[in-house]
Design a protein around this ligand. Sequence first.
Ligand code: ARG
Length: 470
Amino acid sequence: MDDSPLEQNKQQETWSGRFNEPVSELVQRYTASIGFDQRLAEYDIQGSLAHAQMLATQGIISTEDFTAIKQGLSQIRNEILNHQFTWSQQLEDVHLNIEKRLTVIIGDAGKRLHTGRSRNDQVATDIRLFLRASIDDIVGLIKAMQQALLNLAQRHIHTVMPGFTHLQVAQPISFGHHLMAYYEMLKRDVERLIDCRKRVNQLPLGAAALAGTSYPINRELVAQLLNFEGVCKNSLDAVSDRDFAIEFCACASVIMTHLSRMSEEFIIWMNPLFGFIQLADRFCTGSSIMPQKKNPDVPELVRGKTGRINGHLVALLTLMKAQPLAYNKDNQEDKEPLFDTVDTLTDTLRIYADMLTGIQVNQDAMRQSALRGYATATDLADYLVKKGIPFRDAHEMVAKTVQYAEQKGCDLNDLELNELQQFSSSIESDIFIHLTLQGSMESRNHTGATAPCQVQRAIDEARQWLAGIS
Ligand code: ARG
């Protein structure tokens, strides 16, 4: 093939008719998106098929042209799947690459496909189709992770651990209850995604470049063919806004934030000073110099990748903020952050569900840690309040009792009745049940609290929700 500048320019004949000189190699590379948007190919084909069917139904192209387009696109689909398709940077993006190939295969009918359409509404459609499918996958993966959480929580409804505030031992809780906190966060994440999906699932096609088209198109038919819930109601908005992608990235940031918090806890709990859990070896690495080490690499990376996902959200917000209506090429920059968000989130969720199934729990370490931290001090105060002492006074008495036990180097539960009575004469022998970790945990028995029977209830409700019953 002739490589002269004019010949190169001819290759970009889809839009170069009025240009006198070709773009430089650098500009071509700078403006091309084919390196990353080729992953939209399947959605581009689906969109084109629906558009062509509508054009034929409306009598805008002939049935023969539609048949040829269908056959050509199906051949292209196979070529892509079999890695036989040659992507060209000169053809800029996925849309022009496919259209050009279609024209090579079927001739003039291929050139008619773009009637009443622009790459502006075409790309917006492709991204929405991609994102809709990605949301469905991600929702499935979150639910799988919730299932893994439920299974672990079920095994540990009676396992006592110290609950923390300020990362200081606060009150005894069920480990199952702690895990169920993450189930709740993930449930809201699913709800947010399902809500976001409604706004993703609107059809931009028909908006054409920005103003709509003069052909007698039927947008509702295209929406129906592509399973969109409706059509974007304003053509300028349809081609220019990417708020649905921003919204998805915001959802992704919240999900990653939840996973990052869980990762931080795993990292702390795996530290031998805590020793609450062990992760399966396949999620950890050793040190090349310190033989004793087992490093929680996977949770650390999840925590680290959260920064990257937050970065993508900020990238999209910044991309959008100063764009005048309608489409601007800036929008081509929406894809890499979006794709990386989907990929990172997908891998993270997959790895997490697997990691949860391989967690070993050291119940004794959890119990010892709760005992060392005077986790039942609030229970002693509550006991005194129930005997008629004002809470503030009870708080003071218990603080003194804790100080005494601390000096003695024992737990509240290890003090003799007469020792406890030095701090309040209202203390009687029925106190001891309240001072055990189990007693304390079981006493918090109402909706949302840590008593094992309540945790069981939460798990049962969760199972119903996951099964789609409630
Ligand atoms: N590759 C472009 C994008 O991702 C497609 C739309 C280009 N439209 C245009 N008028 N240059 O946004």
